[in-house]
Design a protein around this ligand. Structure first.
Ligand SMILES: Cc1cc2nc3c(=O)[nH]c(=O)nc-3n(C[C@H](O)[C@H](O)[C@H](O)COP(=O)(O)OP(=O)(O)OC[C@H]3O[C@@H](n4cnc5c(N)ncnc54)[C@H](O)[C@@H]3O)c2cc1C
Length: 414
């Protein structure tokens, strides 16, 4: 490892910060520059729709590292700086203001940004998005004033914001074109459980309809839905998904396909340039196809894997996707990918909201979600990762410990 090398990371968030940490941990003693558009040092976003948004924890709880970490590890943190151009022939990165940085290795962890609502009135005041800590601060202040909020979109972030708003006592209406919340990931049956949770906590769930127009005099005052309803409100939160921030990479001619396309070692098609986190569509050895994961654990683990590959190690990123969500008193963890599944098997009690759901293809578990059931993630991941054949009956049988199922085969437990 040569101390005259410079490794630059663009995107000072979870993936980027963990990559910088790993470069040092692995003994890289050259220059590390971590460039981030935000003024804030790297922080974690999950609290921004949960306890931080509700005002239950402060700013100090969200940071990835202590304030002095970067100085202590000789990591140059360039905050409030945006990388505006990348020249992969000359190995140079240009920052706003014109400064040019030469790199030996470059890691792009530019993340994702919220999709915008494109209906008339979307530019009115009082229309909020949630991605960064300033967005969460602004929304928290708005929550403090109470009133009625319309949440557009019942994906993870929309659902969590709706739950936090109800927990703060606001009047909440959720508008979602699908028939149940989270339908795209969970399907109708399990998504319906979340729909009921929200209704039980007093949220109005308008499913199967979209937003036609936002109306108001300067600021939003009401939402018209595509099925003709009119909902008066004081503000609106739009949570209709995110898109990978690929502009810098695309302008530099990197291969883009649902994000920055990288191989299993997180290498782009440009020499010395890697990508990780929400922005990376990475060839996955287990799935044998590229996947892009917009979740915390992926950023947490892919950043370090990229760093090791930047140092010349051979570290294919093969972790199964994992994420978590908390809404009211319902916590969950989800492992795997429910692609191509033909049915869902439930272990436990949907009505009690204490269960594990398994997404199945033939006799294999493709994904599993534990809801208010804890310490089973390892077993679920083993069932998926080791492709252990199981029957629906075995999975649904709560007398048969998952631990046993995950360490054995169908024949020996039947
Ligand atoms: C409100 C909220 C709640 C969430 N809750 C959960 C949860 O409960 N569970 C879960 O698993 N996941 C959750 N997530 C998702 C998780 O936070 C993301 O997967 C994770 O933040 C991705 O990290 P990242 O480092 O890849 O990218 P990001 O966190 O998106 O960071 C990218 C950074 O790069 C910077 N940047 C972009 N372009 C440039 C440039 N050209 N120059 C300099 N800097 C640039 C951006 O400003 C940003 O700071 C949540 C996300 C949000 C927004």
């Amino acid at each position: 490892m040569s101390s005259d090398q410079t490794h630059v990371i663009v995107g000072a968030s979870l993936a980027g910060a963990k990559a910088a940490e790993t470069l040092r941990e692995e003994g890289f003693d050259g220059r590390i520059v971590l460039v981030g558009s935000e003024e804030e040092r790297p922080y974690e976003r999950p609290p921004l729709s949960k306890d931080y948004l509700r005002g239950e924890v402060g700013r100090e709880k969200v940071y990835v590292h202590e304030e002095n970490f970067y100085v202590e590890h000789d990591i140059e943190l360039q905050l409030g700086r945006t990388a505006v151009a990348l020249d992969t022939d000359s190995f140079e990165l240009e920052l706003d203001g014109g400064e040019r940085l030469s790199y030996d290795r470059l890691l792009l962890t530019t993340g994702a940004e919220p999709r915008r609502l494109s209906v008339p009135g979307a530019e009115l005041d009082g229309v909020f998005y949630l991605r960064d800590v300033r967005d969460s601060d602004a929304l928290r202040e708005r929550f403090d004033r109470g009133g009625a909020v319309v949440v557009v979109g019942a994906g993870w972030i929309g659902s969590e914001v709706a739950a936090s708003a109800r927990q703060r006592g606001l009047d909440v209406t959720v508008i979602e074109p699908a028939s149940v919340p989270l339908e795209r990931v969970l399907g109708k049956e399990i998504g319906a459980v979340y729909g009921e949770v929200h209704v039980d906590h007093g949220a109005r769930m308008l499913m199967g309809t979209g937003v036609e127009v936002l109306e108001g005099n300067g600021a939003v005052e009401r939402v018209r839905t595509s099925d003709g309803r009119v909902i008066d409100c004081d503000f609106v939160v739009v949570a209709v998904g995110v898109q990978p921030r690929t502009a810098l990479a695309a302008d530099a001619g990197l291969a883009i396909s649902n994000g920055i396309f990288v191989d299993a070692r997180l290498r782009t098609n440009a020499p010395g340039v890697f990508a990780a986190g929400d922005v990376a569509n990475a060839q996955h050895p287990f799935y044998d196809e590229p996947i892009r994961v917009e979740h915390w654990a992926n950023a947490l683990n892919q950043g370090p894997a990229a760093a090791r590959n930047m140092l010349g190690q051979t570290v294919p990123y093969d972790r199964l996707p994992y994420f978590f969500s908390d809404q009211y008193d319902v916590g969950m963890e989800y492992s795997g990918l429910a692609r191509g599944c033909d049915r869902v098997v439930v272990r436990g009690d949907l009505a009690e909201r204490e269960f594990v759901a398994f997404w199945m293809f033939e006799d294999r578990v493709m994904a599993g979600m534990n809801v208010n059931v804890w310490d089973v993630t390892e077993e679920i991941r083993r069932l998926i990762g080791e492709r252990i054949p199981v029957t629906d009956r075995q999975l649904a049988d709560t007398d048969l410990p998952l631990e046993q199922l995950a360490t054995t085969t169908r024949r020996s437990v039947a």
